[in-house]
Write a protein that binds this ligand. Sequence first.
Ligand code: BES
Ligand code: ZN
Ligand code: ZN
Length: 494
Amino acid sequence: MKTIKFYEKLLNEIDADIEIVIVVNKNFDQRFSDAEKELLEEAGFVGEQDETCLLAEKRKIFVGADSIKSADIRSAAANAVRALEGKGYKIAKMGSYMSHPTCTATLRAQAEGLLLGGYRFDRYKSKKSDKHLHKVRISLEEYNGYALDIPAAQRAIDKGIVSAEATNFVRDIVNTAPDDCTPETMVQIARELADKEVHLNVEVLDTKAMKKEGMNALLAVARASRHEPRLIHLSYIPKEKPVATVSLVGKGLTYDSGGLSLKPADYMVTMKADKSGGSAVLGILKAVAELHLPIEVHGFIGAVENMIGGDAYKPDDVLKAKNGKTIEVRNTDAEGRLVLADVLCYAQEKVKADYLFDFATLTGACVVGVGQYTSGVMGFAAEPTNRVLYAANTLAGEMATKLDFNRFLRKTLKSEIADICNISNTRYGGAITAGMFLGEFIDEEHKEKWAHIDIAGPAFVEHPWGENPHGASGAGVRMMTRLLEKLARGDAHK
Ligand code: BES
Ligand code: ZN
Ligand code: ZN
């Protein structure tokens, strides 16, 4: 599904092949659904969240939502669109949904859901089906009968389109096979973004430049790959005076084989998704530029492939990171933190930011701890962490939870021969010890400004869930876009 458009028209004035109706809180006695109430009952449709029922003869598809809150409407809209895939309908229409006469949050979520649910990844299919829904037309006819403020409705839909398209853009990158998305491909993608947007600029460091910067930890991880590593610095400088400066750091492992501490076969599959953090940073910058936010945003992506070979880095190696700290390598599969250590140091040296966030598919332990659908958020200070949690859970409809650091877990990273070890001496608390490792590379100036977001679970799931398809979800994009929008408005965190 490609486009959605808002029409200042009533539903019956809009042409379409099919109409989408969201049944909210199992209430069928409502203007959009009362005429079909009996037919729906006969079909066994009860209106559970995301349950769909196509009444082809009525040219309507019904989908359940538990409430008119954003998260439920986003997911319902996505599932309706997904249920129409391959059925041959080209154009759909639907009413608009608002939780309150003056609050357009649900309408934005509705727009997001339609585009997120319409996502398809068919790059590698030799036969591409053409039975796709192309458009959804949204009417000003509102579910509760509210009279819409037209410009406000249009703005909400436009913002929804930007954040959903940025999410789908990231899904495409992450789903791309590892041999078709190398560090250099990530550079090309960043350059294309910068070519399109006047306020985006890109700077790239190659191996030689990174050697000069002393980024030996990142370079060690990259050494056995035939694809050279890249550090991508994509920056957005708004035309007005920025209200804040934010740095975003992303783990861009275009493949993680585990290195010499090789992953077992079953665990290696899906490791093309280890570039999800870096890809999310690209998507966030795309959204920020399109929204023209008055914030300066710097994205730093460590694009690297972790492979094996005669020149691979080894367990027992000792690496000196950019900030001079020495790291004893005890497992080459804990490579993300090595790459991020150097990129975090570089980012902090380059830009003195008001906030520093990093996104990484960092640990399997995070997935074990909080489940596949939720990100783990960590840091030294509550404020940046709470901002992320609020933006994710309350605004964006992404799930995130806080994981606390503690001084006892910090001790498990001690090395006998170097300053720190790249793995902990206990298998417990692996997401937190990885986060605390990163914390060793945060300077005094940024300690209170940093949050680390482990997206290892939600970034890539091999089945559809909510508004997310099989595969890459684009985790991190919507939460950070909402956080930055809120920051741009100058809102203090509640
Ligand atoms: N990229 C993986 C983490 C991962 C696992 C992401 C599952 C997505 C799904 C990371 O580089 C890794 O391999 N981490 C190790 C760390 C361990 C060696 C301390 C892990 O989680 O097993
Ligand atoms: Zn790994
Ligand atoms: Zn990894």
